[in-house]
Design a protein around this ligand. Sequence first.
Ligand code: FEO
Length: 395
Amino acid sequence: MHIKVKNNVDWVGKIDWQLKKFHGNELSTNRGSSYNSYLIKEEKNVLIDTAWKPYAEEYVANLKKEIDLEKIDFIVANHGEIDHSGALPELMKQIPDTPIYCSAAGVKSIKGHYHQDWNFRVVKTGDRLDIGNGRELVFIEMKMLHWPDSMAAYLTKDNILFSNDAFGQHYASEHMFNDLVDQGCLYEEALKYYANIIAPFSPLVEKKIDELLALNFQVDIIATSHGVIWRDNPAQIIEKYLQWSKGYQENQITILYDTMWDGTKRMAETITEGIKSRDNDVTIKLFNMARHDKNDIITEVFRSKMVLVGSPTVNRGVTTATAGILEELEGLKFKNKKAAAFGCYGWSGESAARIGKLLEKAGFEVVNEGIRCMWNPDEESLEMCRKFGMEVITR
Ligand code: FEO
């Protein structure tokens, strides 16, 4: 199976409709994904990236239907992570001497995974590879977007940027092009991808996009390594990345809670009443951290100007769901967000203070000391929650 991208460039990847978790269990992919690989047939034949390891045999069998493997002149490995390099061992069994173009860090990464001394050709930003018919591939290092070895390749004349992970989405679609899919779903998945994968490297995103723009390449198509290909107004996703990389926030407050006997849940709902009584325009979203998809929660936090986090006190600490989210938020390094803590307790009551500290460590501006309610909140405690909601909205 192949899908024509433009002229002599075809998609020869794998659509993974059943993928629900990625990076082990770290990332939910509720709409599946795809591992995009591209075959360019000019005077030289070039393969860009492969597919995830479980699909290696299927991928190579499919590729054989598209081209005699011996006729592949160059392989470009834009990134060594196994979702893109995973079919290399199967492929290289059959064409062991074919040169693999990658970054210096790419050699380390690919060797680190497969322990093979393939015919690596190290490239850096600005290096060009002539593939005939007036076309060249120009390499652009994309260091830390999102691995040290990440790289992109630009095909002149066809004006296609093979961007690898950058600008991708975990979004399975047989259509494979951005103009043919549901725009709401596409936006949600691109944003989730940014918030959960790219966000820690936001300071580099702006620099890298500036560097790309300075190369003055006309980009008609951004062919990512996951999800659909941006062929209709590809600048739209570059503009979004620029917005998302600069302390992005919407007029939204996200309230995250965990609860054992519904006390902290009632606090969350009553804080919401307080916020709404003062500001009916702000979007407020509540999530039970133990029940809701954690990566969707992360995306909602990314969209927010403020996050309120509540947990009951358990063994002088917080629940495991709360700890997990806070750990994740520390690593993601979101900027430009305020926060506060709350929680129920029976006797010792450390949760709110602990959440406050962890939020601060994660880079949030913690606006107050937080509130706590003993046992199941009574009317007096609920009134305190209402006032808390009224107060945080003024921050
Ligand atoms: Fe899609 Fe970083 O691999």
